[in-house]
Design a protein around this ligand. Structure first.
Ligand code: FES
Ligand SMILES: [Fe+2]
Length: 385
């Protein structure tokens, strides 16, 4: 895509100029945040409710529900969610709780089926959420099944993600929330990638965890043998789209571009591009062949997070060599998060109540976290959207 190439060339040009000048994209000021923003349980509870429940969040990837009549049952914080794709390809989401007496209608997992038998007494729903059968209905009593539906959530499929609002009372205008970021995501064409593997990881609390996903200032220390082997630390090109962000790290070969005419650049070989969907999802593509998507939700007690980590390949790997490359990418992605980022984040979390600090700082060279925390404030304190 010519437009995508032009975009990457312009990002590479910014990174190259920064690297030659010893500069990086910056925020206007150093930002200071009270440590209590990370530790005050009542505050975090209220923020999670306003941010994760009252705004659209990605709950699944389109490639997870590829077929018509496929589904995914999962949990987001404390809400069990059933996502379905019907026979015509339309995606819907429901709270995965039966109208009889509150049991799940589908165990957690994914696959293809169009009818869901409640796990307790066997009431049956179709994939539009409609109750279609009451077990032993002749003895149950007079109930009009046509009036009983699972509680539906706002749900829209866009840009390779399935977005939901966990609060069923909210109907959202996704255009407003996207602020043009869906066009950026469309350039990745995530919906047509092949899902190679998905796993779940336990992580530290939400903000400590997510700060790590937005950090371009730690690769030399935390990832010297993995992602930091190839990226230049503290070299960022940063752009924002409403609450969402796109940022790129320069690779160590970026200066080679100085000797090549721009029209001959292959910019994807000189930068690492990350799309960060507010508040909890990240797409990190490497050389446009493999990509890592992470979706992070707080645990119900808000004391940790669950990360769904997806490895995708541009095309389904078929040869031994292609499978080996996908495995290697998966290993690199997993090691850098599970064995490097999260242990560092857990160390911060373990001593955050020590009274060592009353404040944390985000430098001018950390514009990504600054933007994120500013949006938390905007959405929870001023309610601008
Ligand atoms: S709780 Fe679902 S059938 Fe009884
Ligand atoms: Fe990291």
């Amino acid at each position: 895509m010519a437009h995508q190439k032009e975009k990457l060339i312009s990002i590479a040009r910014r990174l190259l100029n920064h690297n030659l000048n010893g500069s990086t994209d910056q925020a206007d000021n150093v930002m200071v945040k009270p440590v209590s923003d990370y530790t005050n349980g009542d505050l975090i509870k209220s923020e999670v409710s306003k941010i994760f429940y009252d705004h659209p969040v990605p709950i699944a990837l389109s490639p997870e529900l590829k077929e018509n009549n496929s589904y995914k049952a999962t949990k987001a914080i404390d809400t069990p969610v059933l996502v379905t794709r019907d026979k015509d390809g339309i995606v819907r989401a429901f709270i995965n709780i039966c109208k009889h007496r509150g049991a799940p209608v589908c165990p957690e997992g994914s696959g293809t089926k169009s009818k869901f038998n409640c796990m307790y007494h066997g009431w049956m729903y179709d994939n539009t959420g409609q109750l279609i059968n009451i077990f032993k209905s002749d003895t149950f009593g007079d109930v009009d099944t046509s009036k009983i539906k699972l509680t539906e959530l706002f749900c829209e499929e866009r840009a390779g993600f399935i977005w939901v609002c966990l609060n069923p009372d909210i109907k959202y205008n996704l255009d407003e929330w996207m602020s043009g970021f869906d066009k950026e995501l469309d350039d990745i064409d995530l919906k047509n990638w092949h899902l190679f593997r998905s796993i779940k990881l336990n992580g530290p609390r939400w903000k400590i965890c997510w700060d790590g996903y937005l950090d371009g200032y730690h690769h030399h220390m935390v990832h010297p043998k993995t992602v930091g082997k190839n990226t230049i630390v503290n070299l960022i090109a940063h752009d924002t789209f409403g609450p969402h962000q796109r940022f790129a790290f320069g690779l160590k070969n970026i200066n080679e571009l100085s000797d090549i005419e721009e029209k001959d650049w292959e910019p994807e070989n000189h930068l690492r591009l990350i799309h960060s969907v507010f508040p909890n999802s990240s797409i990190s593509a490497i050389q446009n062949q493999h990509c890592l998507v992470s979706i992070v939700f707080p645990t119900p007690d808000l004391q940790g997070t669950i990360t769904s980590q997806y490895i995708l390949c541009l095309k389904e790997p078929k040869t031994n060599q292609e499978i080996k490359e996908a495995e290697e990418f998966a290993k690199l992605a997993l090691v850098s998060i599970e064995d490097e980022d999260y242990p560092m984040n857990f160390m911060i979390q373990d001593s955050i109540d020590s009274k060592a600090n009353t404040e944390f700082m985000f430098g001018k060279n950390e514009p990504i976290q600054q933007h994120y925390h500013n949006w938390i404030d905007k959405l929870t304190k001023k309610n601008i959207l």
